[in-house]
Design a protein around this ligand. Structure first.
Ligand SMILES: *Cc1c(COP(=O)(O)O)cnc(C)c1O
Length: 429
């Protein structure tokens, strides 16, 4: 480990040396020692079009020669306006007001603050949120509060605000109890809202797929039911699409796949194709309108030095352009996943096979407890590079989330290699 670098999500003691990456091209990463590996997880889910995509890098370099950055209060610029306009066009309904920031956690913080202040601007003092068990919304305090309590947040638990958690109706191939699960959870939410209707700011959810919580997948029907409840009880529905956005779930956004219009949506990760940190929180006109006032108490006093960075916006515009052309390929990847994953479906050490869009996942059955701390992930991380793969299982949950430029034969190759790794390293000892 480098003596001056402190790595994220990494134990300091007894952790294997990080692998030094020299370059990237498409799905491939080249390590300093010359080995080449396939990026099966899009580098923490950000890289949607492949590494070093020429159109995105060109857009950034052209922008850098024109305007690298400028203050975004009382000043504006074309790339930001174009990103906002494009997103408003691609998002459903009147999700028209785009607030920029620079990472997913912050996009969530903005949504939480905006939600609280929305009710305040309407003369209501609402404090609470409903969120889901196993959810992950980021590592800042608000985002941590809205996220499921885990060992990551344990040290800080006394500093987190109270949230009411309900189960996420996780489902998988052949799950016969899913509708029952959904109804039970919806009932629970209704009960909370019924007991104290004026108390809840909103409901925050990772729609269709919970990422860091273990690639848990739910049905579109659940989001439709949730939307209905949310309307009945007049509270805000916040979609954290930081991971599910930009084609991951098979449509441009999970909300479009489920045909549900949330009141706010948080986007980051894929927004710049994995090139630069940029994020947005987009809200409906009705929310924005409550901030339109002479009263300074009704202003949203929030911003960051790099808000709407023009380089990030240029990368986003190039990414979105590529994305509109990738729609068919994204659907093909989903079909290919469905075909290829059958090689694991019948295995006796595999359970809960599930696919949504370009994300495929299953859980390994081990002698240890299910979940993030299951040591099987360390074994996979240790050996995957030997098999030419970059993978990062979430405990005993194995998942693939490749860039969209992966070909059918490359994806088939990934499945074969993964199968070999599991057979060689996990099942024989
Ligand atoms: C990654 C992630 C975040 C946090 O985004 P960062 O850019 O890592 O801060 C928030 N929500 C979801 C659903 C995520 O997957």
């Amino acid at each position: 480990m480098h003596r001056n670098v402190w790595y994220p999500f990494t134990k300091v003691k007894n952790n294997p040396e990080p692998l030094k990456v020299k370059s990237g091209k498409g799905i491939w990463l080249e390590l300093e020692d010359g080995r080449k590996i396939i990026d099966c997880i899009s580098s923490w889910w950000v890289n949607i079009h492949g590494h070093a995509h020429p159109e995105i890098s060109k857009a950034i370099s052209t922008q850098a020669e024109t305007l690298e950055h400028v203050i975004f209060s009382n000043f504006t610029h074309q790339p930001a306006e174009d990103v906002a306009e494009t997103l408003a066009r691609l998002l459903p309904g009147d999700l028209n007001r785009v607030f920029f920031s620079d990472n997913g956690s912050t996009a969530v913080e903005v949504a939480l603050k905006m939600g609280i202040q929305y009710w305040q601007n309407r003369g209501e003092k609402r404090q609470k949120f409903i969120a889901f068990n196993n959810s992950y919304h980021g590592d800042t305090f608000g985002a941590m509060s809205a996220g499921s309590r885990t060992i990551f947040s344990d040290v800080f638990s006394s500093h987190l605000f109270d949230v009411d958690f309900v189960d996420y109706p996780s489902t998988w191939q052949g799950d016969k109890t899913v509708a029952e699960k959904e109804d039970r959870i919806i009932e629970q939410i209704e009960k909370l809202l019924e007991v104290s209707p004026g108390e809840y700011v909103g409901i925050i959810i990772e729609p269709l797929v919970q990422g860091a919580g273990g690639m848990n997948m739910c049905r579109e029907e659940f989001l439709q039911k949730l939307h209905w409840v949310n309307r009945q009880y007049d509270t805000l529905l916040i979609f954290d699409e930081v991971m599910t956005g930009f084609g991951r779930t098979g449509e441009l956004f999970a909300c479009r796949r489920a045909q549900v219009q949330p009141d706010m949506i948080c986007l980051a990760k894929g927004l710049t194709g994995g090139f630069l940190p940029l994020s947005v929180t987009v809200c409906r006109d009705e929310i924005f309108d409550t901030f339109n006032s002479d009263d300074p108490m009704k202003t949203f006093w929030h911003g960051h030095s790099y808000t709407a960075n023009p380089l990030g916006c240029a990368a986003a515009l190039a990414t979105l352009k590529l994305l509109e052309k990738s729609q068919d390929r994204i659907k093909e990847i989903e079909n290919k996943h469905k075909e290829l994953i059958s090689m694991f479906t019948e295995k006796k050490y595999v359970k809960n096979v599930r696919i949504t869009g370009t994300i495929a996942a299953f859980d390994l059955i081990t002698k240890d407890k299910d979940g993030y701390l299951n040591p099987v992930s360390d074994t996979v991380k240790k050996y995957c590079v030997d098999y030419g793969l970059l993978m990062r299982p979430l405990g005993n949950t194995i998942y693939l989330m490749p860039p969209y430029c992966i070909t059918d034969s490359e994806l088939a190759d990934v499945y074969q290699k993964l199968n070999l790794l599991i057979m060689d390293k996990l099942m024989n000892n």
